[in-house]
Design a binder for this molecule. Structure first.
Ligand code: GRF
Length: 187
């Protein structure tokens, strides 16, 4: 049984999908959810899933509270699933190759500060890309720059809207993110 800390800033559909994946496979890990937003829907999902969850705001994060909490939780893996704050360098330094993020595009394309959620898919459509995808990568002290663990692609049609692209990308995320996490936990 491993300790997995999931961080999400908003909806948390990936967090839910990851937890359900392991439950369906009857693999019992300890999950704990942290969000920086007190009204994030991920808190609702945590309640429904019966998973512990807490809010650590940006201010608390800056005060070192996230750092202390993560150390208390003794995570085997830290998973950023739609977490929009820059992850504290202090934590990154302590947990080399134990923090993973999912980015909804094919990095190094469409990454960096400000490139999140709908902005990524808007940019993909505006740029007339013919394909996009997901990147699962280790977290470094810079946005979207750690070593790539896994990528998967999906075609973008000329008529696709940013919402269509978002839906395709979410499908890839749901399919692959739990499997990549499972593999990392087994290594
Ligand atoms: C996902 O597309 C993820 O790649 C990105 O933020 C989105 C989060 O979606 N980093 P959700 O909160 O898991 O529904």
């Amino acid at each position: 049984m491993k300790n997995i800390v999931l961080l999400a800033s908003g909806s948390g559909s990936n967090a839910e999908n990851i937890i359900k994946y392991f439950r369906e496979k009857k693999i019992s890990h300890n999950f704990h959810i942290i969000t920086n937003k007190k009204d994030a829907f991920v808190l609702e999902r945590a309640k429904n899933l019966n998973v512990s969850a807490e809010v650590i705001t940006k201010k608390q994060n800056d005060e070192g509270i996230l750092f202390d909490r993560i150390n208390e939780l003794k995570p085997d893996l830290i998973v950023l699933a739609g977490y929009l704050l820059l992850f504290p360098a202090q934590i990154v330094a302590l947990y080399p190759n134990k923090i993973v993020n999912i980015h909804p595009a094919l990095l190094p394309k469409f990454g960096g500060k400000g490139m999140y959620g709908g902005f990524v898919h808007d940019a993909v459509v505006a740029n007339k890309e013919t394909e996009t995808g997901i990147t699962i990568h280790f977290v470094s002290e810079h946005y979207d720059e750690g070593a790539v663990i896994f990528q998967a692609k999906t075609p973008v049609a000329e008529i696709d809207t940013a919402l269509d692209v978002a839906n395709k990308v979410h499908e890839l995320e749901y399919e692959h993110f739990p499997k990549v996490i499972e593999k990392l936990l087994d290594d």
